[in-house]
Design a protein around this ligand. Structure first.
Ligand code: ATP
Length: 466
């Protein structure tokens, strides 16, 4: 049933222009996807909502946009070239590759990619006879090997053997923040505690690519690194855990669809790590990481670069290496969680409708404007007039295709909050003789109200900001 919901969401995304498989003309390109006309709007609104919650709403969080390419030494210092790997096994029958921690999870054995090679090998050996290839169902695997996820490139290297000294497409946006810590400190008016927020693409050679945009090889992260005094890290960490939980509730997520997952196997430097998991159609999975990272990041970059990144408190002259609380979430995973949360089927038979009950700040289109009939120039002209005025204020769409019922269904499927129809009563006056009124239909209640064109903006504004 829930897998069924996943298929319906994937189909809706294609049908209505939210998400397209990449390079479809050429048979597709695994784990890479393109956002279509409504997808870009939704993704943009997701970014804006996160940015507002971080940068606009907190006076001590500032933004950054660091480059995708950085000095390769950054990835050595951070531990990514040596340790950013997933345990991989290959099915000897069908050659499908799987992540060993995921195979183990599928038979109820707690494992994760942060375990040491020995721990994973041991669990794999102990549970070997229970494991089945997700592709062909057989049980015949190669030995586990660690596969590094960093994506390599030849940027700036013009030799044939560039692979010996590759540059990397960033595996996470966080490193760009750490290496700009001093620049921000020296240029913006910030003092500890403060945060740096960044949204941008990240790249990982993910072994498995089976869950639509949940796990992509090119994806987008929204990360905020909050720099604190060491002794304050855990209390600040608890505050951020609470804030991030509340963020999803404020976006209308049902609390029963969210849960905390504590990392049992911490990377050696981490003090505590929790993920917010969301109940995707394929079960509860990580949506966001909220991690207390200690001073590992700045210490490593200080050592490797030779530049001291410690902080001098201007009031007390106390010098220390800042600790970091990190919140990290994917645009794409939020996109899928939001679609899962808002996908609704209502009614039956002719009354049946699919509606995306997106919160107002995320809906790609806020208002659709229809002339009742496309072949009546007076209606079309008036509808254009209304549309032109409204689009200055809201993301609007003009739709004159098919009958109004069909247009409602289409707008419901893309989550449009209000539909405004210009009909003959608009031009000639209705029963009460009042001209220049339109029908406004509410997506969720499907109720229709007659509203004067002069009051339309205020009417919508009132309902679109609550
Ligand atoms: P997973 O265990 O699912 O592979 P992770 O623990 O490696 O995720 P992090 O490195 O903590 O993920 O990345 C932070 C966030 O970035 C994740 O919570 C997720 O929202 C997003 N993210 C990570 N990898 C991907 C991916 N391949 N595709 C889409 N989003 C991703």
């Amino acid at each position: 049933m829930e897998q069924d919901k996943m298929q319906k969401i994937v189909a809706l995304c294609k049908r209505r222009g939210f998400v397209f498989p990449s390079s479809e003309l050429y048979g597709g390109f695994a784990a890479v996807y393109d956002y279509g006309p409504y997808g870009v709007e939704l993704a943009k609104n997701i970014r804006n909502t996160w940015w507002k919650a971080m940068v606009q709403d907190n006076e001590n969080i500032v933004g950054l946009d660091s480059s995708i390419f950085m000095h390769p030494k950054i990835w050595e210092a951070s531990g990514h070239t040596s340790g950013f790997s997933d345990p991989l096994t290959e099915c000897k029958e069908c050659h499908a590759r799987s992540r060993v921690d995921h195979l183990l999870e599928s038979v109820g054995v707690a494992a994760d990619e942060k375990m040491s090679a020995e721990e994973i090998d041991d669990l794999f050996a102990k549970n070997a006879d229970k494991l089945k290839c997700p592709n062909c169902g057989k049980n015949n695997f190669t030995e586990v090997k660690k596969f590094n996820q960093l994506v390599q490139s030849n940027l700036g290297n013009f030799t044939d053997d560039w692979a010996k000294e590759p540059t990397y497409l960033r595996g996470e946006t966080a490193q760009g923040i750490y290496v700009n810590f001093k620049n921000v400190l020296d240029s913006a008016r910030v003092r500890i505690p403060f945060g740096i927020a960044q949204i941008g693409k990240a790249f990982r050679n993910e072994i498995t690519a089976r869950q639509f945009i949940f796990r992509k090889r090119e994806f987008e992260q929204m990360e905020m690194q909050y720099f604190v005094k060491p002794e304050e890290m855990m209390s600040v960490y608890d505050e951020w855990k609470e804030k991030r939980w509340q963020y999803y509730l404020d976006l209308g997520f049902k609390e029963e669809n969210l849960r905390w997952h504590k990392h049992e196997n911490l990377v050696f430097y981490a003090k505590e790590a929790y993920d917010i998991e969301y109940n995707f159609p394929f079960g509860f999975k990580e949506l966001e990481g909220v991690h207390a990272r200690g001073d590992y990041d700045l210490t490593s970059h200080s050592k490797a670069s030779g530049v001291d990144l410690s902080y001098m408190d201007p009031n007390t002259n106390e010098k220390y290496m800042p600790n970091i609380v990190e919140t990290s979430v994917g645009v794409d995973r939020t996109f899928l969680a939001v679609l899962t949360e808002s996908y609704t089927e209502e009614g039956s038979d002719e009354q049946a409708r699919v509606v995306l009950k997106l919160p107002y700040q995320l809906a790609p289109i806020k208002v659709a404007v229809f002339p009742l009939l496309r072949n009546k120039p007076a209606l079309v002209e008036k509808a254009h007039e209304v549309f032109t005025a409204l689009k200055k204020e809201f993301m609007c769409e003009f739709d004159d295709n098919g009958n109004v019922g069909k247009r409602y269904r289409r707008q419901d499927e893309i989550g449009t909050l209000f539909c405004v129809t210009i009909d003959f009563d608009t031009l000639e006056g209705g029963e009460d003789g009042a001209k220049d009124t339109v029908t406004v239909r509410n997506r969720d209640t499907m109720k229709q109200e007659r509203v004067a064109i002069g009051e339309l903006q205020a009417y919508l504004n009132d309902r679109l900001t609550k």
